[in-house]
Design a protein around this ligand. Structure first.
Ligand SMILES: Cc1cc2nc3c(=O)[nH]c(=O)nc-3n(C[C@H](O)[C@H](O)[C@H](O)COP(=O)(O)OP(=O)(O)OC[C@H]3O[C@@H](n4cnc5c(N)ncnc54)[C@H](O)[C@@H]3O)c2cc1C
Length: 407
């Protein structure tokens, strides 16, 4: 059967657009449907947040030839990570020099990521971007999937051998396919902003577990720090209502004075947090990637990094399948993908969920044990190496793009 595309990606957010770029060298006809223009203030993926890219994600973007653009947009190296438990004795440090790399990761503004990916998509001859357009329905037949989308007041239909759902945590495509989703609400809201402290951040990322929830300060350009503060929804609402001076005082109280006084604060925004797991990542002619396949707590900055590894593995599996003359939408091909991704998915969701739960409980025996754990990570090299490999995105079987190789 002839189809309009070989692969149709639904959602051109950070993960879907990265997949479009990764598939560029393949002799396949690729379409990408995105609901909101990349530069729009309403874009839900390329918004005012920052993303901490792991060392492994940097390597993937280098392989995709996107890194130089990101670097030029002010990507800020993380040279050290300092983890502490407010009011307790434990702390741990992870150091780039100890890991033998120039940086453990990089902080990039989501908007800058959109601006780096968009021109690469536009330069790709075998890729068609349909934007703004919203997918309304997907129907699956034996040899193709049919996608109905709305563009302005017109409806259109396109067929493809494989549909990739990269349409975010609420994935309309996943829902249309009737895939069961388990959402565990953390009853926390991430309050996101950036601040300029008095002292230089020296490229240190701070993860501080406080009574109110985990608080991260990530180094940014112009000596700003990206703040991700996970709080009860009520507390977050109260903090959003404060004026800038009152807010900085409340933040300073939780973070302390390691970076001196906080002098300036940017726009504040809030995101509800949940752990999402799906019962199936693949179906014949369908694969879920990125937040459509999993959402995790941002405590260790892993969600997008996990999604980018979905991209690197999927691109490799599809490349190998098309070279071997296999049908890229058939279940057997997609099973290779799902089997490969299982362990990484489980490791990251267990790690992030475990962190949130362990540090949310202030029962004395537990807080003592977790502080011993922090000290152990700091002093016991094998524990530190294991944590480094996980947080740098280098644990387990790595796809070619993450090893710096072309597909
Ligand atoms: C506060 C916070 C901080 C974070 N920090 C980090 C971090 O430091 N490091 C990290 O790795 N991760 C981080 N994450 C996670 C990261 O933001 C997500 O993993 C990432 O945004 C997922 O990208 P995505 O492309 O899968 O989904 P999304 O970003 O949700 O994009 C989905 C896209 O699909 C489009 N779409 C939706 N429905 C349709 C439709 N029907 N038709 C067409 N298009 C559609 C949307 O417009 C959107 O562009 C953080 C998350 C939060 C909430």
């Amino acid at each position: 059967m002839t189809t309009d595309f070989d692969i149709l990606i639904i959602g051109g957010g950070m993960v879907g657009a990265s997949l479009g770029v990764a598939l560029a060298p393949l002799p396949l006809r690729v379409g990408l449907i995105e609901a909101v223009e990349f530069e729009s203030a309403a874009q839900p993926s390329y918004d005012d947040r920052t993303v901490a890219l792991s060392y492994g994600s940097k390597r993937i973007f280098e392989s995709l030839k996107v890194w130089d653009r990101l670097d030029a947009s002010g990507a800020t190296p993380i040279q050290r990570i300092h983890i502490s438990d407010r009011g307790h004795f434990g702390f741990a440090r992870l150091d780039a020099a100890e890991a033998g790399v120039a940086a453990l990761g990089y902080v990039v503004e989501n908007r800058a990521l959109g601006q780096a990916l968009k021109p690469v998509l536009a330069e790709t001859a075998n890729l068609t971007v349909i934007c703004p357009a919203t997918v309304e329905d997907v129907a699956f037949a034996e040899s193709a999937a049919n996608v109905t989308f709305r563009r302005g007041d017109k409806l259109g239909t396109l067929s493809a051998r494989l549909v990739v759902a990269a349409d975010g945590g609420t994935s309309p495509v996943r829902n249309k396919a009737g895939i069961e989703t388990r959402r565990t609400d953390y009853h926390q809201t991430a309050l996101v902003t950036n601040v300029t402290p008095e002292l230089p951040h020296r490229n240190v990322a701070y993860e501080r577990f406080t009574d109110s929830g985990p608080l991260a300060f990530l180094p940014m350009s112009e000596n700003r720090c990206a703040v991700v503060w996970s709080l009860s929804p009520e507390k977050a609402e109260a903090l959003l209502a404060l004026d800038a001076t009152q807010f900085m005082a409340a933040l300073q109280e939780q973070f302390g004075t390691r970076l001196g006084r906080l002098r300036k604060v940017g726009k504040r925004a809030a995101y509800p947090l949940a752990l999402t797991k799906v019962s199936e990542h693949i179906r014949p002619r369908l694969v879920l990637i990125g937040n459509a396949a999993h959402t995790v707590h941002p405590v260790a900055g892993q969600g997008f990094n996990l999604g980018l590894r979905d991209v690197a593995v999927l691109a490799q599996i599809l490349n190998e399948a098309q070279r071997a003359g296999r049908d890229i939408g058939e279940l057997a091909v997609l099973e290779d993908y799902a089997g490969w991704r299982k362990r990484d998915n489980l490791a990251i969701s267990t790690f992030t969920d475990g962190l949130v739960r362990t540090f949310s409980n202030d029962l004395p025996p537990l807080s003592f044990a977790r502080n011993l754990g922090l000290v152990a990570v700091d002093l016991y090299p094998p524990a530190k190496r294991a944590l480094l490999r996980l947080s740098m995105g280098l644990a387990g079987r790595l796809p070619r793009l993450a090893r710096g190789l072309p597909l």
